[in-house]
Ligand binder design. Structure first.
Ligand code: WQD
Length: 339
């Protein structure tokens, strides 16, 4: 079975490529290397003993995409990660996000629609829920007006896929809405490689812990939560990667009930910012230098998933705890700063 992984050099894409290869799938990675380096291929190879096929292609180039599908007309599935994902950047550069996240999706679906049978896994996000009214969030929670162009591209992306599936019976797709991925592969051969100053909490914590950052700014402790800081659901990236393989297998084996399905992929447990900091201090044995500052614009107070559907229907359940995920993130940070 040959699977295309777009954005396969990225954080979640690389971990998913490892899980696919370890399950015996042949992996073809497309990445434009705008936010990842080809060296990640070495990490994937070191773990699995097999180097994935790799083509440096920008999915915004329609001709290159067509040429790729002509040369790889035997794909058994596509897992689509390639997209821009920085919320703040999307506010400043909306057209980059609409072109890169939606234009490319249309090109992929145009090719998949021509195939006799197509299996498509879409990297969606809890961002589609914005601030959900009830916790934990179920898949049928109302999708609210997006609060950023990035979030809008995930909402519209899901609609594009759903509308296409409605008129393309042989296209079977699953959107996976994930929460906050973190951590690194236990081999510490691959992990998160944020470019520049990390926007996300966990890499900022580990970079502060290793001394790269002077201190972590905690964006507000006056929220209506137990300790006043925002609550999110932090999921080990390996658990998340495995969910993609399970979802793909569901489609390939024809076990999906409809030709478009949506699943939350999470741990079902929320953790506050301070709890995440305390997890780092526990696993690292280091005190983290942090300061409470003002709220970050656009932050939702709470976001964590009801994972019953993924657990029962998909047959997937997250295995790692926050501490286990944080330990892997810390071990990875120590490794990459040593090399
Ligand atoms: C988590 C919490 C911050 C940094 C993002 C994307 C979302 C999805 C998941 C892709 C918040 C606080 C953070 C810092 C802090 N990605 N924080 N100091 O915003 O929940 O979601 O990743 O789909 O689309 O927006 O993740 O890690 O940025 O923030 O206090 O330096 O940590 O306020 O409460 P977020 P995050």
């Amino acid at each position: 079975m040959k699977i295309l992984v777009t954005g396969g050099l990225g954080f979640i894409g690389s971990h998913t490529s490892v899980e696919l290869q370890q399950k015996g799938y042949e992996v073809v990675i497309i990445d434009n290397c705008s936010n990842a380096s080809e060296e990640v291929l070495d990490g994937i190879t070191a773990i699995t003993g097999k180097k994935p096929l790799f083509e440096k292609i920008d999915l915004r180039n329609k001709e290159d995409v067509s040429d790729f599908f002509q040369r790889h007309s035997d794909l058994d599935g596509v897992i689509h990660f390639a997209a821009s994902k920085a919320v703040g950047e999307s506010v400043d550069k909306p057209l980059l996000y609409y072109e890169n996240n939606l234009g490319t999706l249309v090109y992929l679906l145009q090719h998949l629609s021509k195939q006799k049978k197509a299996h498509f896994i879409f990297s969606s996000s809890c961002t589609v829920y914005c601030q959900a009214d009830t916790m934990p969030i179920t898949e049928d929670a109302p999708v609210k007006p997006a609060e950023s162009p990035y979030g809008n591209t995930k909402q519209i992306g899901e609609e594009i896929i759903q509308d296409t599936c409605k008129v393309t019976p042989h296209l079977h797709a699953i959107s996976l809405r994930y929460f906050n991925p973190m951590g690194a592969h236990p081999s510490i051969e691959i992990g998160e490689l944020p470019t520049g100053v990390p926007q996300n909490l966990v890499p900022f914590i580990t970079q502060t812990g290793i001394g790269m950052r002077e201190k972590l700014s905690v964006f507000g402790d006056d929220y209506p939560t137990e300790d006043g800081t925002c609550i999110r659901e932090y999921i080990h990236v390996v658990d998340l990667a495995k969910a993609h393989v399970v979802a793909l297998k569901r489609l390939i084996e024809g076990k999906n009930e409809k030709n478009y399905e949506v699943f939350n992929v999470g741990t079902g447990t929320g953790s506050s910012v301070l709890e995440v900091i305390h997890s780092f201090e526990k696993v690292s044995g280091k005190k983290l230098n942090y300061q409470i500052v003002g709220r970050r614009q656009g932050d939702v107070i709470k976001a964590f998933a009801d994972t019953a559907k993924a657990n029962s229907t998909l047959g997937w359940k997250a295995q790692s705890t926050l501490d286990e995920a944080m330990l892997s993130a810390w071990q990875w940070e120590q490794k990459i700063r040593k090399d």
